[in-house]
Design a protein around this ligand. Structure first.
Ligand code: SAM
Length: 207
């Protein structure tokens, strides 16, 4: 790994000196506070794409949700707060992000979460979910993002849905076509502020 790569938010060993700060999110009448830090995605505040993804997510009270590439935990923690009788599993390759996500779940009083460090679907091998949500690491490269989409059906229960947000200027439509290719169909469920959210659903009768 080059010194340049270690500076990225998706690094397995962030080098940036720690400078924690708190950011806020108001969502459906509830206020969440998240601790963030340098060396993780969207240090200055909750990303617009992340907010749009949350608007699009349909989470039922019993759902098991996977937040793939969780950063400091916004999507998974908010999803877990909706899945009151279910839970959310949060995965990120960046250990600093994982520590923050664990701390943020405690801070938010959202205890039905499990935060795991690792690559892609590795930490949830053999497990399936009702919902998988990702704001994928475009800067990590096409192969990583492609693996997130292609790995989704095997980790969804029949009828489960995969949600992906991306910036239109960073190839969202191409990713929407990839979701359609992998799932046989894709819907654009939200669009705004230069972002698009796509949903692919695993057929309920698939095995
Ligand atoms: C665009 S950020 C989104 C973070 C968070 N979900 C949010 O919306 O604020 C993408 C995240 O994917 C993580 N990531 C990058 N490569 C990964 C991989 N191979 N496996 C798991 N997570 C990865 C990064 O560390 C980063 O936190």
């Amino acid at each position: 790994m080059t010194p340049r790569q270690t500076a990225h938010y998706f690094s397995q060993a962030p080098q940036a000196p720690s400078r924690p700060r708190v950011v806020e999110l108001a969502f459906r009448g509830r206020r969440f506070q998240f601790l963030t830090d340098r060396g993780v995605f969207s240090y200055r505040g909750v990303d617009r794409g992340t907010r749009l993804l949350l608007e699009a997510l349909e989470v039922r009270p019993e759902d098991e949700v996977l937040d793939l590439g969780c950063g400091y935990g916004v999507v998974g923690i908010v999803a877990a707060s909706l899945a009151v009788r279910g839970r959310a599993v949060l995965v990120d390759i960046n250990p600093r992000a994982v520590e923050l996500a664990r701390e943020n779940a405690r801070r938010c009083g959202v205890l039905n979460v499990e935060v795991l460090q690792g690559d892609l679907y590795g930490p949830v091998a053999g497990r399936t979910f009702d919902v998988i949500a990702t704001n994928p690491p475009i800067r990590a490269g096409r192969a990583v993002v492609r693996a997130m989409v292609e790995g989704a059906p095997a980790h969804l229960k029949p009828g489960g849905s995969f949600y992906l947000v991306a910036r239109t200027a960073q190839g969202a439509k191409t990713l929407g076509r990839l979701v359609a290719e992998v799932f046989g169909q894709a819907e654009e469920v939200e669009r705004g502020g230069g972002y698009r959210v796509y949903r692919g659903t695993r057929r309920a009768d698939s095995v």
